[in-house]
Design a protein around this ligand. Sequence first.
Ligand code: ZN
Length: 271
Amino acid sequence: MERQVDRESGRRDSKSRISRLSVPSAEVERLAELIRRSRSTVALTGAGISVPSGIPDFRTPETGLWANVDPMEVAHIDVFERDPARFWSYYRPRFQSLGDKQPNAGHEVLVELERRGLLEGVITQNIDRLHRKAGSANVVEVHGSIETSSCRGCAASYEIDEVERLFDADGVAICAACAGAVKPDVVLFGEMLPESAMARAQQLAEQAELMLCVGSSLAVYPVASLPQLTLAAGGLLAIVTKGPTPYDGDATLKLAGEVEAELAAVLAAVA
Ligand code: ZN
């Protein structure tokens, strides 16, 4: 529907796309008021904000070849190290399809809030780099990003567009400098989260008077511990997520509709 409208009208700027989606409600007005009053608001986002961009949550069952394979068993650091061909056979198509995806109105609302001085930054579990593509300036990617890949041998770094030409006949991305195995700079299962990113995320969470949790089940640790830091420091939680979260009882309010529409309505109400 969205794409059809866009095609017919030729071009639409993000503001008109955002305003067409907005549906005002009392809860939306309340969240807008919380945002206006807060001196420090941080967003914590998960897979749900990228679903309207055509990126399924990894928990969505796979089809075809990988239908019965648990992503946690393939997108795992042990598989990468033991059998990089198997890892890449699973990851390469995802990597390629993610690279083409575009931000949606939900990402754009967070850009606009930051531009207006109403949002300190975005902490995200997503590796799709859509917050940066949309134009958010302060983004903490706690699970890394597909933006770059690195050689495990010599640490040479490759941009996403350069990785495709590194694949050898076995389907393994091989470093052009030292022939070591190249791995996406995303946190795989079995890997630690990058310390510096987590430290920045924790600092933002502790300083936040309001944490806006968007499209995350808040179930994956250690990211799931961030709302607790905000609460412990006396801050408030607002949740914009369709499914249940462990923090629903602690949140000052929750919006459970479509993420794009809810955020668009909040932005309209903030103005
Ligand atoms: Zn290398």
